[in-house]
Design a protein around this ligand. Structure first.
Ligand code: NAP
Length: 260
């Protein structure tokens, strides 16, 4: 066991957090924010260890504590591999953020079975079993925060409906699990980003093919801009803190008013 919780200062001092897909994008924003709030942060990655190391270094540079753990999600035994890696560093968790996810551009007509299975395996099956195996490690009074999407509640991008369906399933999981784990004082919520500037949509958002993508994405938000990972991280930080103790089973719109 290497890193230890409890040495940091801040409203999450003494807490340990695990952020799946914490190495890049929204997950990195969440990991850095929870680290600044004093949590010991497990930064999970799939294949890009370098990105995870950079995130750990950024957290440490800001005075926080973190470690990286690798596990490819969507593969057999993924949740067990993730927790085995985690267990080598820490002996329990207070905040589990199921953030890692994948998207594809395939439409209803084009999605084949392999792509369908992959989307559900990474976006829904992995959070399910990570949470199931994590429940015994999660301390009473803990937090589970699932990163959903505005697309689960509004058909604004029907061209990627399979991705939206995975997030809809995650929302149902969230609501029901809040009742299962509520007796232990554990809250379970979903945070739903709108369009956020990350690698997941970089080809479309910043690509040459659709030069209007950035402006039209910004225009979708009532606030007139594309989201930043920090916009989502701050909402997660609220739910993770004691201030969020009475919020559970909820789907929190963090789309900057894109669905308003
Ligand atoms: P991103 O920039 O592509 O980062 C994805 C993260 O998840 C990386 O850390 C990646 O690690 C990890 N990951 C992906 N597939 C994995 C796999 N099979 N096994 C293990 N790790 C894997 O994505 P993002 O935009 O930050 O998205 C984060 C979450 O927000 C996702 O659940 C996404 O659906 C949701 N979301 C995003 C947006 C948006 O506009 N960006 C909007 C709504 C919801 P490696 O690099 O090591 O694989």
């Amino acid at each position: 066991m290497g890193a230890s919780a409890g040495k940091q200062q801040g409203r999450l001092a003494g807490k340990t957090a695990l952020v799946t897909g914490g190495s890049r994008g929204i997950g990195r924003g969440i990991a850095e924010r929870l680290g600044r709030d004093g949590a010991l942060v497990a930064v999970h990655y799939g294949s890009n260890e370098e990105a995870a190391k950079e995130t750990v270094a950024a957290i440490e540079a800001a005075g926080g504590a973190a470690f990286a753990i690798g596990a490819e999600l969507g593969a057999a035994g993924d949740a067990q591999a993730l927790w085995s890696a985690f267990d080598a560093h820490a002996d329990g968790v207070d905040i589990l953020v199921n953030n890692a996810g994948v998207s594809t551009a395939s439409s209803f007509a084009d999605t084949d079975e392999a792509e369908y299975d992959r989307l559900f395996a990474v976006n829904m099956k992995a959070p399910y079993f990570i949470t199931q195996l994590g429940a015994e490690r999660l301390r009473d009074g803990g937090r589970i925060i699932n990163i959903s999407s505005g697309l689960s509640q509004a058909a604004v991008m029907p061209e990627i409906l399979t991705y939206a369906m995975t997030k809809g399933a995650l929302d149902v999981f969230t609501r029901n699990l809040s009742k299962v784990l509520g007796p232990r004082g554990i809250t379970v919520n979903a945070v739903a980003p709108g369009i956020v500037d990350t690698d997941i949509n970089a080809a479309w958002l910043r690509g040459e093919e659709n030069k209007d993508a950035w402006a039209s994405s910004a225009a979708m938000s009532a606030l007139g801009r594309v989201g930043d990972p920090s916009d989502i991280a701050d909402v997660v930080a609220f739910l993770a803190s004691d201030d969020g103790r009475w919020v559970t089973g909820q789907w929190i719109d963090a789309t900057g008013g894109s669905l308003a």
